[in-house]
Design a binder for this molecule. Sequence first.
Ligand SMILES: [Zn+2]
Length: 307
Amino acid sequence: MLAQRTLKTLTRAVGVGLHSGQRVEITLRPAPPDTGIVFRRVDLPEPIDIVVSTLAVTDTRMASTISNGDVKVHTIEHLMSACAGLGLDNLYVDITAEEVPILDGSAASFVFLLQSAGIVMQSAPRRFIRLLEPVEVRQGLGDNVKWARLAPYHGYQLSFEIDFSHPAVDSTGQRVLFDMSTGSYSKDIARARTFGFTKDVEMMRANGLALGGGLDNAIVMDDYKVLNAGGLRYDDEFVKHKILDAMGDLYVVGKPLLASYSAFRSGHALNNLLLRELLNQPQAWDVVTFDNEKLAPSGFAQLARAW
Ligand SMILES: [Zn+2]
């Protein structure tokens, strides 16, 4: 059986929120089968849980925010991406503030934390959402068009294309295809950092955003070039970060997808809209398990071997 997974033991990290600049501690803890990923605000007088789901995502302007009533957690996407990349189904995330720490701006620190704690199999089958028909969302016209699409595929593959008119971005790869069957998420995708432009930073800070952002947790560019002394981690780090984000944005659906995702200039908002469209079209997908691991797509079976 291809089984659900959780952590072997708990692990902790301390950092600052990218937008709030607030100090925050997260504790990642094992959770029983079929729990999913649950954030728990432990700084409130009574702890409040927010169960990650497509409809729990209530704001996608700068990052993905989930809510339960007035209680929020911002910027969940990089931790969610690490969980998707490592095939982690069940996890409690105790958090002491309103925003997940940005750490190094990528998912690499979360991958390290989760792998250090260890990942164990559980006694319940892993349930996948299998696409049966394509589902697509599209916004804008002409130069402003953006779209995202899920189509049937025996495995999980993501193809992303960006189109920034900025010399430092345009000189790098604009398109990336990543397939889970390579087993190379940690090496090829997880290290890609978030990025921003100095001209936007002033405006964002005036609006109380990016207060924790800087050269140690983002790629920062002026009008011409990358300002980070160490340059880029990958030649095509920008578009790889968009794949990293998409994996996190899509994992909020609560189950791994068996699908081919493709997107042009998509982001947190359109990715969440794509999931809502998927849920609106129940004929376009079903839920499957694999009693025989050998019948599962290779990337998922490889993950099962790793621990
Ligand atoms: Zn991101």
